[in-house]
Design a protein around this ligand. Structure first.
Ligand SMILES: C[S@@+](CC[C@H](N)C(=O)[O-])C[C@H]1O[C@@H](n2cnc3c(N)ncnc32)[C@H](O)[C@@H]1O
Length: 298
């Protein structure tokens, strides 16, 4: 603390920062102030209130101010703290991976539900799963935690993403259950190194059409990896992954995609035309079509 500077206490600092963030048009100003201060002090948000008179000392104050400046410049909170919660589990993130979104939790739920209804229960103990475009590994790692007998392959084109995903697998103690591979899902030779007979293939692929990129919020387009989000027309990955899935899935295996909100009709056509049946579309919390699955009839 500089001489003559006031001694900040936790609650005063939160109130002042909340007001400052609000004046600068930062959404959820109180929550963001709490998350940043809890991160700097290494405590939970609840602890901030349990110890509301705790002094915030010089170096802590400096670090907190520096993180607040990053937030004011538009850097997403999750990249500042290096963490996002997905399905109740903490995932390490940085600018090399997409920040996992709540909608993607629905992909996981729907895929597990379909496995239970379409697959046979005995097999579920040893199912094989392929996650295409794993990013932070949020789907692969959460599936490994949720389905203890599953063997999972997680692929991504980005070496940086694979580094983070495998760190997250270590962090959650499931690295022995996940094989990480660098591969290009758009390459026609994609299935060659992946084996076969998968019970489930799931993917949250890049699906934002290039022309929509400029209209995205600055927080997304200035900080999140463009290659994780866009394709020229929005459907290249659905085409390519559906073709590969027809080779890689066992008979009655399940293909499950996250969708662009306007993509359900087109992706249904792509998947049906390849020979998938039992196609189901799930809506998200905003009542938008968000998840599609189909059963391989081959
Ligand atoms: C929308 S992100 C999904 C990340 C993560 N599964 C999630 O749901 O948060 C798409 C991922 O696909 C990866 N990707 C982009 N192009 C790819 C390609 N040609 N082959 C394989 N993965 C690719 C990106 O690096 C990114 O991690």
């Amino acid at each position: 603390m500089r001489e003559n500077e006031r001694q900040w206490l936790t609650l005063d600092l939160l109130k002042t920062t909340e007001k400052y963030f609000r004046d600068k048009k930062i959404d959820e100003s109180r929550l963001h102030a709490e998350i940043l201060l809890a991160h700097v002090l290494g405590v939970s948000r609840m602890d901030l209130y349990l110890n509301h008179n705790r002094p915030v000392y010089g170096s802590e104050l400096e670090e907190f101010r520096s993180l607040c400046r990053e937030r004011l410049k538009g850097r997403p909170l999750q990249y500042i703290t290096g963490e996002q919660i997905f399905y109740g589990h903490p995932f390490t993130v940085d600018e090399r991976v997409l920040i996992p979104r709540p909608e993607t939790e629905l992909v996981l739920e729907h895929a597990v539900e379909r496995l239970a209804t379409v697959g046979d229960a005995a097999k579920e103990r040893n199912i094989t799963i392929l996650d295409i475009g794993t990013g932070s590994g949020c789907l692969a790692v959460t599936l490994a935690l949720k389905l203890p007998g599953a063997h999972i392959t997680a692929v991504d084109l980005s070496p940086g993403a694979l580094e983070i995903a495998s760190h997250n697998a270590d962090r959650h103690g499931v690295s022995k259950k996940i094989r990480f591979l660098q591969a290009d899902a758009l390459n026609p030779g994609f299935p060659d190194d992946l084996g076969g007979n998968y019970d489930l293939i799931l993917s949250n692929p890049p699906y934002i059409p290039e022309p929509e990129w400029e209209g995205l919020q600055p927080e997304v387009k200035e900080h999140e990896p463009k290659t994780a989000l866009t394709t020229p027309d929005g459907f290249a990955f659905y085409h390519a992954i559906t073709v590969s899935a027809a080779v890689l899935l066992r008979s009655r295996g399940i293909l499950c995609f996250e969708l662009h909100a306007d993509g359900a009709r087109k992706v249904s056509e792509i998947v049906r035309a390849r020979g998938f049946e039992g196609i189901e579309v799930y809506k998200d919390y905003a009542e938008l079509d968000r998840v599609l699955s189909g059963v391989w009839s081959g």
